[in-house]
Design a protein around this ligand. Structure first.
Ligand SMILES: Cc1cc2nc3c(=O)[nH]c(=O)nc-3n(C[C@H](O)[C@H](O)[C@H](O)COP(=O)(O)OP(=O)(O)OC[C@H]3O[C@@H](n4cnc5c(N)ncnc54)[C@H](O)[C@@H]3O)c2cc1C
Length: 389
């Protein structure tokens, strides 16, 4: 899959974290980059909601990884360690964990001034990436092309709200299949703004029920005022094997390629690093698939193995894990071990790969014009995407 280049033009589709990262790296290496974004702004998939940049899967700090690949941290990026929050298991017992460094960095998604999406856009504009707003690219151009057009189907969903609050900076993580089937719910508070959401890897049809229950659970454990609440929903897509390239040499990055954490949906780091490796493969004429296999795929496969395991834990299992985590002097190292390959995880991956099927075309819902987070019926642009998968 080695791609020989004769000119220094490149085309990128999708101004998400994956496409923007690829564009910045290519432009800095001297390529003329045309970046096509179907919307008129970045981050329209998101809602000004807070997300977490996980900081446990690598020995190196996530921000150092980004700086080392040539990115600036010019967006809201607030470290949260074990001391800054709390976890609740199904038995409603609170658990605090200890961390030797930030557990995650709180970031904002969407088109607001301080969002990750806008920060990356500013970096792309500063180096001179040529951005084509409101344009979908349907044909493959005669230049190296990277496609980072985001998810195609809902393998997991989130339903939540953003609101203003007077509560201090804080986070809560909830594990309980009654409020977040085979997943988790979270509260993130920063500087007078908050995001609360429940995630589901199962039983999407009952998303509203789980959301109501999750909100009730939140209110039962913390007294938090919710000013100007706005509801939102979203979905993530992961594959058992990433899609790297097609015969025409087009490279796929980010969630569109299946670079997504199958365990908990922490896909931002995968998206940005796959964008970096795709750009690097063009610049240094290296094999993109090999770069991914060396640097991203072992963790990706482990995440699918972890999904298989986690999906089979019952509420009893969640309570057990949380109480164990609460007793550790530092959860970062065990979490890293859990997120990286081992012989057992390789075996579980083989089983998970056989049992797991991505829901590329979701057939579950039959409501026309419904407002289900995951439903594709009645949404013409979604039908179009699904038909082209
Ligand atoms: C509610 C929610 C919470 C999340 N929380 C976290 C979290 O806490 N931590 C974490 O790490 N991850 C989280 N994720 C996942 C993370 O947001 C994604 O993994 C990440 O955004 C993927 O980046 P991407 O660049 O691949 O795709 P996207 O961010 O989806 O960007 C794709 C871009 O391509 C554009 N596009 C699509 N089709 C075309 C086309 N044909 N032509 C031109 N442009 C096109 C889209 O408009 C979009 O701007 C969350 C996701 C959701 C939905």
């Amino acid at each position: 899959m080695k791609i020989i280049r004769t000119n220094k033009n490149a085309t990128v589709v999708g101004a998400g974290p994956a496409g923007l990262t690829a564009s910045i790296i290519l432009k800095k290496a001297g390529y003329d980059v045309d970046l096509y974004e179907q919307n008129d702004n970045v981050g329209l998939r998101f809602n000004g909601d807070f997300q977490g940049l996980e900081n446990w899967s690598d020995e190196e700090d996530t921000l150092d990884i980004f700086k080392n690949i040539g990115l600036e941290i010019n967006f809201l990026c607030q470290p949260y360690s074990g001391d800054d929050g709390i976890f609740f298991g199904p038995n409603r017992k609170s658990v605090k964990v200890k961390t030797s460094r930030p557990l995650f960095y709180l970031i904002e998604r969407g088109s607001n001034e301080n969002s990750l999406d806008r920060g990356l856009l500013k970096q792309a504009e500063a180096v001179g990436v040529n951005i084509h707003w409101g344009e979908k690219l349907d044909i493959v151009k005669d230049s190296p092309t990277i496609i980072g057009s985001g998810p195609k189907a809902a393998d997991a969903i989130a339903k939540g709200m953003v609101f203003k609050t007077t509560h201090k900076d804080f986070f809560i993580g909830f594990l309980d299949n009654k409020i977040a089937p085979k997943a988790y719910a979270y509260l993130l508070v920063n500087n007078g703004k908050a995001t609360f959401a429940t995630c589901m890897f199962d039983d999407f049809k009952n998303e509203k029920l789980y959301y109501r229950r999750a909100l009730a659970r939140l209110d039962s454990v913390v007294n938090i005022d919710k000013i100007e609440p706005k509801e939102f929903g979203g979905f993530v897509n992961f594959f058992s094997e990433p899609k790297y390239s097609k015969d025409n040499g087009v490279l796929y990055v980010g969630e569109n390629a299946g670079f997504q954490d199958a365990l908990w949906g922490f896909g931002i780091k995968y998206a940005m690093l796959s964008g970096y490796y795709a750009a690097q493969s063009i610049i240094a004429e290296e094999d993109y698939k090999e770069l991914c296999k060396k640097n991203l795929v072992p963790k990706l496969q482990t995440s699918l193995a972890n999904r298989l395991l986690f999906a089979n834990f019952t509420n009893f299992g969640y309570s057990f894990i949380l109480s164990r985590l609460g007793k550790l002097p530092d959860v970062i190292v065990p979490l890293r071990k859990h997120y990286n390959p081992s012989t057992a995880k390789r075996i579980f991956y083989k089983i998970a790969k056989r049992t797991y099927k991505s829901r590329l075309i979701d057939k579950q819902c039959m409501h026309i014009d419904c407002d289900c987070v995951w439903c594709r019926h009645g949404k013409s642009e979604h039908r179009e995407v699904a038909a082209n998968c």
